[in-house]
Ligand binder design. Structure first.
Ligand SMILES: [Zn+2]
Length: 73
């Protein structure tokens, strides 16, 4: 028998503590056990995946157009 069951006051202490992690992309806390781990949401998961794919393909989009950077010695 749970002796606390006779107490009608819900203090909130009876809630199961959810362990929180931080999204490795946006640092938003998210509950442990999500299927998007280590991200907080599908959005972050997709963003990170896209970035990872871009990097793995080595797309040189950063260096495509910088005509103003002219170095002379
Ligand atoms: Zn996130």
């Amino acid at each position: 028998m749970n002796s606390n069951s006779t107490n009608g006051i819900a203090s909130g202490n009876g809630q199961v503590k959810t362990k929180m992690l931080r999204c490795s992309r946006c640092s938003t806390p998210y509950p442990l056990g999500t299927r998007f781990r280590p991200f907080c949401s599908e959005r972050c998961q997709q963003l990170d995946l896209r970035l990872w794919l871009t990097e793995s393909y080595g797309l040189p989009y950063e260096d495509l157009s910088r005509p103003e950077e002219i170095f002379e010695e």
